[in-house]
Structures are given as structure tokens and as C-alpha cells.
Design a protein around this ligand. Structure first.
Ligand code: DGY
Length: 324
């Protein structure tokens, strides 16, 4: 019997998923990391005629890629919750199944969101830079930041990661949790979070946490106008997608101290060029999309992605199908 062929679009795919796949299918592994210049070219070369694909988040899965893959393609699984890098309409039109890896990364992403929140609010970047340059000038007014206790935390998109953030922050004695989104979240009742308009959330919150998916509607949701509505003492945290923020407007707001600080796990583009203006700002704390980057989480994501494509190739429902 001819073995099915699965393309793995990134050479750093974790061993846990790879072992599962290797038992049942022939694996073609692209010998590059996502950001390497040859990566997309090599994907296009190897994808022709495969039965399934384990995709990454860096490259767009476009109609062009779908056409190159050809009619054998039955299923793709992304190793992410987010689906903004997949042209779902095109994939759907070709009858190809899509899977993703939601929920298993909630805890690790929530940890990183709170990590950058504290780092930005308490000015870690400036403190570390001062130590490294021998400028440790301890004094009662040096490197003062913002408290979390007693604050109002506003979550834009109270999905499962936002809920994990609220559960954690309850231990920080936050005074009020607000959220905004398209619909009421039943979970908000037990979490004690109140649904408000985006405007109200921006005006009232000491911490504005971005957790909504990136779509045509949320592109640059946080623009100059939105930033102007925030408190001067507010901290913006983004753990969703860089494109939700107008980065030029954010740069201006941070430089002019119209908001206090930003903590970002996601930016546009990724990787961010080292001379990007945001990097020069002392009040902008950026980490390189580390949300799901723990050993355990990435291993679990890889096994779900493997199961997704193996099940689909067997004609069974995926472990985490994207319903459309
Ligand atoms: C996701 O799951 O969408 C994450 O951002 C990928 O790391």
C-alpha cells in the first residue's frame, strides 16, 4: 500500500508529533525555520502532491499554495489557535479540512501576557538597561511604575486565554475586570467581569489587554483615536496579533507619554527588524511571540496537529477541527 505523504512546513516541529506521524505516514520535512529566506520556496517545492500538511504561523496558506499542492491535499493542521494566516475561504472551496490546536496553550499564553504586563508596568526594560550600563541610581523616585492591585483590567476579547488571565489576576487583587466583545460571555459571571463598550473599556482601564482574533474588523482596532482615549497611566498589553495595533500610532503615544507603557508578545512584522522604532522606546517591552513557547505546550500542540491530519486522512473527525 502506498503511504500517505505529509509535509511538515518547519524543521523545528517537535519530536512528540513527529513520532506519531512517522508511524503512519511518510513525512517530508522542510529543512528550514519559518523566518529563513529559503523557507517558503522550499515549502512550495515540497508541497506538490502531498496528502496533508502541518503548517506554521509565519507564512500565509494562500490559494497559490493550495494550487501548488494540488488535488491530493485532504487536510492541513496549523500549530496554533489563530487562523489569520490561512485563507479559509480558499481552503474550504477546495474541500480541504482544517485543524488547529486551541486551549492547550491557554495557560502558557496567559503567563506570558501577565509577564509582559508586569514588565511594562514596572519598567523592567529601563531597570535592566540601567544595571547593564552601570547606571544603577537607586532613589525613591527612580524607575517608579504602576500597581496591579486596585486596578481596572480591561480585556478586549474574553476568550479562553483572557479567562485564564482573569483567573490568575484575581490573586493580584485587581479591583475590576471589564471586557468587550461581540457577545456576552457566560463565563464572565463567575469571573466577575463586566461587559462594556470598547470606548468605556479604553477610558476606564489601567491595563488594556488585547486578546481578540485578528480579522478585517480588528485590524488597527487600537489606533491613534483609541490610544487617545486611554489613561495616561495605562499599560497596553498585546498577546493576540500585532496587526490589531497601529504601531506607528503606538510609537507616537509611547514616545509622547500619552500612555504609560506597552507590553507586547506580538508585533508586525515578526521578526521585528532590530532598528524598528518601537525597540528604541524605554517604555515598550517586547518579547518575540513567546506565548505558547514552553516544552510541554509545544509538544502537546505538535501531537494535536499530528492527530488532526492522521484522523482526517483516515476519514475520521479531527481532534480539533475548525468548523466552518
Ligand atoms: C496561536 O496559537 O495563535 C499562537 O499565537 C501561536 O504561537
Amino acid at each position: 500500500m502506498v503511504m500517505k505523504r505529509v509535509l511538515i512546513a518547519n524543521k523545528s516541529y517537535p519530536a512528540a508529533g513527529l513520532e506519531l506521524l512517522k508511524k503512519k505516514v511518510e513525512c517530508l520535512i522542510v529543512p528550514h525555520l519559518d523566518h529563513e529566506p529559503e523557507s517558503l520556496q522550499e515549502i512550495k517545492k515540497q508541497i506538490k502532491g502531498v496528502d496533508a500538511v502541518i503548517w506554521n504561523v509565519k507564512h500565509k496558506f494562500t490559494k497559490e499554495i493550495l494550487d501548488i499542492a494540488g488535488p491530493n491535499l485532504k487536510a492541513i493542521s496549523t500549530m496554533s489557535t489563530g487562523l489569520d494566516h490561512i485563507d479559509q475561504d480558499a481552503v474550504k472551496a477546495h474541500g480541504v479540512l482544517i485543524g488547529n490546536t486551541p486551549n492547550v496553550l491557554n495557560n502558557s499564553v496567559a503567563d506570558i501576557a501577565i509577564g509582559v504586563m508586569i514588565a511594562a508596568a514596572r519598567r523592567f526594560k529601563e531597570g535592566v538597561a540601567d544595571i547593564e550600563s552601570g547606571e544603577w541610581k537607586y532613589g525613591v523616585n527612580w524607575t517608579l511604575g504602576q500597581d496591579i492591585a486596585g486596578s481596572t483590567v480591561g480585556i478586549v476579547g474574553l476568550g479562553s486565554i483572557g479567562q485564564a488571565i482573569v483567573r490568575r489576576l484575581k490573586g493580584f487583587d485587581v479591583a475590576r475586570f471589564l471586557y468587550t466583545g461581540r457577545s456576552d460571555k457566560p463565563e464572565a459571571i463567575s469571573l466577575g467581569a463586566e461587559r462594556v463598550s470598547l470606548d468605556e473599556l479604553l477610558k476606564e482601564s489601567d491595563y488594556v489587554m488585547l486578546g481578540c482574533p485578528f480579522t478585517a474588523e480588528t485590524k488597527h482596532l487600537i489606533n491613534k483615536e483609541a490610544l487617545n482615549k486611554m489613561k495616561r497611566s495605562a499599560v497596553l498589553v498585546n498577546y493576540a496579533r500585532g496587526e490589531i495595533v497601529d504601531q506607528e500610532a503606538l510609537y507616537e503615544a509611547l514616545k509622547e507619554k500619552r500612555i504609560f507603557a506597552a507590553g507586547l508578545d506580538v508585533v508586525t512584522p515578526e521578526p521585528l527588524p532590530k532598528d524598528h522604532p518601537l525597540i528604541s522606546l524605554p517604555n515598550c517591552f517586547i518579547v518575540p511571540h513567546l506565548g505558547s513557547a514552553t516544552y510541554a505546550t509545544r509538544n502537546t500542540m505538535s501531537t494535536i496537529a499530528a492527530n488532526n491530519v492522521l484522523l482526517a486522512l483516515d476519514g475520521k473527525p479531527m481532534q480539533c477541527p475548525v468548523n466552518y
